[in-house]
Design a protein around this ligand. Structure first.
Ligand code: GLN
Length: 348
């Protein structure tokens, strides 16, 4: 075989590298300065936006400062890009549903949740009781089909975490949250008390879930632990790191700990994509392509698989119960960074 002259080999290599760089918007867009620029731009653009309203059906949530606004993006190398207030904690609320479902899937397999609870959108509000009386049924059980990100499915998922007693179950639930955030999180006791005093609707849901066989025993324990998990205090940086753990195959990129089995992560992301923003999930996915999850405390996480995890905390919510500034800021930042997985290879 005749040798190719060195100069040709080198220039072919350089041309190949140039093509690779130019045709890869994600590589080009994710330079650190670009990420920080996108985060700062979204913060500046939405800082003074006055839309939405704090949740007030849990009295403690109405008291949180509606001006609180923090953004965090966490990338594969564990770098954290932030703007605004990323230190103040709010209650995690429904975002916890993702990690408790991940815990169940982790210990009992992908089919556990799919079979007992379902993985389809309900098209109803997160605490809908009508959805429990739905017409679709989980295959082979005759029970209505839902998903672990609406309250009935989430309370049932909490009830599925195994443990000899409430403390043992709680240790697993808080454990997966801690490992995903990369630090020891604490329950915000004022929120826990406020929600425990006012959660009659969730208690009714818990009792119904026992009646229909989703919870096998002790529904009051499932509702109490669910209420506790919703009261875990998190800041925007914690939530960004938790999103990034899901973005990088279950491995926390800040601590390097493998928290969730990589084989289980796509299932968790799929549930987020179909039901993470309740009955606005379709609209959200249409505009961003990102699996995401909101909480009534004002947190919103979103995942660009293999690229970044992102989170915003901003308490005012829209009618569907999702953070207004959170949705806008994440949409802008993700679009600037080429985060939409459905747009892979597309030119910006
Ligand atoms: N703890 C809240 C509830 O059960 C969580 C709801 C939410 O964040 N959407 O009502």
């Amino acid at each position: 075989m005749r040798a190719i002259p060195r100069s040709i080999r080198v220039s072919a290599l350089l041309a190949g590298a140039a093509v690779l760089i130019l045709s890869s918007p994600s590589l080009r867009a994710q330079a650190p300065a670009d990420i920080q620029k996108a985060v700062d731009a979204a913060f500046a653009k939405y800082q003074n936006l006055q839309e939405g309203k704090n949740a007030d059906y849990i009295p403690a949530l109405a008291k949180v400062d509606p001006k609180l606004f923090g953004i965090a993006v966490v990338t594969a190398d564990g770098k954290v890009y932030t703007a605004g207030n990323v230190a103040t904690e709010v209650s995690i609320q429904s975002i916890s549903k993702v990690f408790t479902a991940a815990q169940v899937i982790q210990e009992q397999g992908l089919e556990s949740i799919a079979k007992r609870i379902g993985v389809d959108a309900t098209g109803a509000r997160f605490n809908s009781i009508i959805a429990i009386e739905g017409v679709k049924t989980v295959v082979g059980t005759g029970a209505p089909e839902m998903n672990p990100l609406v309250n009935p499915g989430a309370i049932s998922a909490t009830g599925m975490v195994t443990g000899a007693n409430a403390d043992a179950v709680w240790a697993k639930i808080i454990g997966i949250h801690n490992d995903s955030a990369g630090r020891t999180l604490k329950v915000l006791q004022d929120v826990y008390k406020s929600e425990s005093d006012s959660n009659q609707r969730n208690q009714a849901i818990g009792a119904l879930m026992l009646a229909y066989g989703y919870i096998k025993s002790n529904w009051p324990q499932a509702v109490d632990l669910y209420t506790r998990q919703c009261s875990i205090g998190v800041n925007a940086k914690d939530l960004g790191t938790m999103a990034a753990t899901l973005a990088f195959g279950g491995k926390n990129p800040v601590t390097g700990k493998q928290v969730i089995d990589p084989a289980k992560v796509p299932g968790v992301l799929a549930i987020m994509a179909t039901a993470g923003l309740y009955d606005d999930s379709g609209k959200w996915l249409y505009h961003t392509g990102l699996p995401a999850k909101s909480g009534v405390g004002g947190g919103l996480i979103a995942v660009s698989p293999g690229k970044f995890g992102i989170a915003v905390i901003s308490p005012p919510l829209d009618d569907a119960g999702n953070s207004v500034r959170g949705q806008k800021a994440i949409t802008d930042i993700s679009n600037a960074l080429g985060g939409n997985p459905y747009a892979a290879g597309a030119k910006k």
